[in-house]
Design a protein around this ligand. Structure first.
Ligand SMILES: NC(=O)c1ccc[n+]([C@@H]2O[C@H](COP(=O)([O-])OP(=O)(O)OC[C@H]3O[C@@H](n4cnc5c(N)ncnc54)[C@H](OP(=O)(O)O)[C@@H]3O)[C@@H](O)[C@H]2O)c1
Length: 243
């Protein structure tokens, strides 16, 4: 059955790949992110391949903007079956570099962005009597690494929020996906050179984004009474690493 699926952070990486895979599997996708020229191009390519897609500018850190994004999709397609709260940033750094503005950005986007997504869809999904919230955490929600403290804190928070929501919901499915290192633009904004070099090295074990997109498709495709609550997806090359 075709579902109406909202994807935050759909302008690159995991969100973009997921939009393409879900649309290719017959779902209707609504893409959100700040870089609208990218969204326009991805949407046009999905449509050219026979898919149904639309997009809207979105800043997940802005609660009213997230509400407006959800309202846009609801008005356009009549229901919201799934929200994939995927937008995130990773400007990691050693704690004593005191990158306090970057700490704030991580908290505003990775934690509050997910909460804003949940708040915007929950009344609609509860009124429908169905829906699915899928949140992107990370293997960094299961283990902490040096220089990743604030980022991991944000992902531990997403994991806790997701499990809390799951325990409360009777008609809405709740899924946490924790990718290991995955090829994407994540970390492009790391401002400490030595940290950027460390993260670049980690990329040698990166998964392709399609692996995460397929996991999201799997969680969405299960029968209505099957709630895939948690998935960790790593490259087989990650042996010896927590990430
Ligand atoms: N790649 C990995 O190794 C990995 C591992 C574990 C978890 N993750 C998680 O996977 C998710 C997706 O990241 P990615 O790896 O695909 O990286 P990416 O290529 O950098 O994608 C991040 C997406 O988030 C969007 N975004 C950032 N800030 C936003 C905001 N304020 N409002 C709306 N959208 C915003 C970006 O779009 P705009 O800049 O256009 O807004 C972009 O579309 C993140 O939550 C990340 O933490 C990634």
């Amino acid at each position: 059955m075709s579902k109406i699926i909202l994807i935050t952070g759909a302008s690159s990486g995991i969100g973009e790949a997921t939009a393409r895979v879900l649309a290719a599997n017959g779902h209707v996708v609504v893409l959100g992110a700040r870089r609208t020229e990218r969204l326009a191009q991805i949407t046009a390519e999905i449509r050219a391949n026979g898919g149904v897609a639309d997009y809207r500018a979105l800043d997940v850190a802005d609660r009213d903007d997230v509400k407006a994004f959800v309202a846009f999709a609801h008005e356009r397609f009549g229901r919201i079956d799934v929200i994939f709260n995927n937008a995130g940033v990773m400007p990691v750094s050693p704690m004593n570099a005191l990158k306090t503005d970057e700490w704030d950005r991580i908290i505003d986007i990775n934690i509050k962005g997910v909460l804003n997504g949940i708040a915007a869809v929950l009344p609609i999904m509860e009124a429908q009597g169905s829906g699915q919230v899928i949140n992107t955490a990370s293997t960094g929600a299961h283990a902490v690494g040096a220089q990743f403290g604030v980022y991991c804190a944000s992902k531990y928070a997403v994991r806790a929020i997701t499990e809390g929501l799951r325990q409360e919901m009777t008609s809405v499915r709740v899924t946490l996906i924790s990718p290991g290192v995955t090829e994407s633009e994540l970390g492009h904004d790391i401002s400490v050179d030595s940290t950027a070099t460390d993260v670049k090295q980690l990329r040698s074990i990166a998964l392709e984004t399609g692996a995460i997109a397929n996991a999201v498709l799997y969680a969405i495709s299960q029968p209505d009474d099957v709630d895939v609550n948690e998935m960790i997806v790593r490259s087989v090359r990650s042996a010896g690493h927590s990430f």
